[in-house]
Write a protein that binds this ligand. Structure first.
Ligand code: ATP
Length: 306
């Protein structure tokens, strides 16, 4: 069992721009404690960036990330380190190296390390390590160093290192990257078993619709800078079997394009916009439609006619 209770996660009004592009726009989401939540959305939509905000790697421009009520970016370095120790993290995106894999330690030692840090007894460490080596298809390379492995195999080691130890919060970004079909199936089973045993909060990002369905927890969809859906996966993905249907269901290819910037320059200072530009556009369109109907009725000499 984890040392502390599984935390909930709250993203409060997160706004972030990277390289001059808006990634998140007043994004809000609540991730419940003790459940699996899968985060999906278009490529480049900001999932990895959100994960980085959560695990204390990159701060948002504005807004707060709360883990178990603690605001990640308001913690002092010691408290942040303690919070990180309670997280099992697999980084995704364009991460060139995997910081949670130690180059000087064998695959087996990498998987055992989080257990040693949590003072697990030697017998349990052995049994747990063997189980994860087999689950991830790493048993034949258990005594090799990470540099002797392919990038895909190294990612599996990182996945194992994030999962072992039953930490109260598990964050797996691009979980299926580097996994073949049989290993993905075994990994899903391992995640479900592990979550049932530990009661951990898990936030997992993927593009794989079948994997999200197999995890059968909650789903949050990130598109156009916001969480556009958040609820039971079974309901949200009912009838969604491919990427095209996913995009249609969640309006991923929104005709209004990416979100407008959260802030604008005003008199040399940044000030926050107090309205949503997309809602304003929709209100204007609705107004124009009503006006057109009224004018048409007047022209036809209807009840509103002269
Ligand atoms: N360090 C950076 N500098 C500039 N732009 C960045 C940086 N990191 C990410 N971006 C941009 O931010 C946007 C969001 O990227 P992010 O990796 O968070 O998306 P994602 O949803 O995780 O994508 P994918 O599903 O492909 O992994 C992308 O347009 C990306 O190019």
């Amino acid at each position: 069992m984890p040392d502390s209770a599984a935390p909930d996660i709250r993203f409060e009004n997160i706004s972030t721009s990277l390289g001059g592009e808006v990634v998140h726009q007043r994004l809000r989401a609540e991730i419940p404690a003790g459940q699996i939540t899968v985060l999906m959305g278009p490529s480049g939509g900001g999932k990895t960036t959100l994960v980085r905000h959560l695990v204390g790697l990159v701060p948002p421009d504005t807004g707060r990330v709360l883990v178990g009520g603690r605001s990640v970016w308001d913690l002092d370095p010691k408290s942040l380190k303690a919070l990180r120790a309670e997280m099992g993290v697999l980084l995704g995106g364009a991460t060139l190296f995997e910081p949670s894999v130690f180059g000087s330690q064998t695959v087996r030692e990498n998987l055992a390390l989080p257990l040693h840090l949590r003072n697990v007894d030697e017998e349990s460490i052995y049994a747990t390590t063997v189980w994860w080596l087999q689950t991830l298809g790493l048993d034949t390379v258990a005594d090799q160093l990470p540099e002797q492995l392919s990038a895909r195999m190294r990612r599996r080691v990182a996945l194992g290192a994030a999962m072992v130890g039953d930490r109260p919060l598990i964050v797996l970004d691009d979980v299926d990257l580097g996994l073949d079909a049989p290993t993905t199936a075994r990994t899903v089973e391992a995640i479900l078993t592990s979550q049932r045993r530990s009661g951990a909060t898990m936030l997992i990002t993927t593009h794989d619709i079948d994997l999200a369905k197999a995890l059968d927890g909650r789903l949050a969809v990130l598109a156009n800078g916001r969480i556009v859906a958040n609820g039971p996966t079974r309901e949200l993905l009912a009838g969604v079997d491919d990427a095209e249907e996913f995009d249609r269901r969640f309006h991923v290819l929104d005709w209004m394009g990416p979100p407008m910037p959260e802030i604008e320059r005003s008199g040399g200072r940044f000030r926050e916009l107090t309205f949503d530009p997309q809602l304003v556009i929709m209100a204007l369109i609705a107004f124009a439609a009503v006006l057109a109907v009224v004018l048409a009725m007047r022209a036809a000499g209807g009840p509103l006619g002269p």
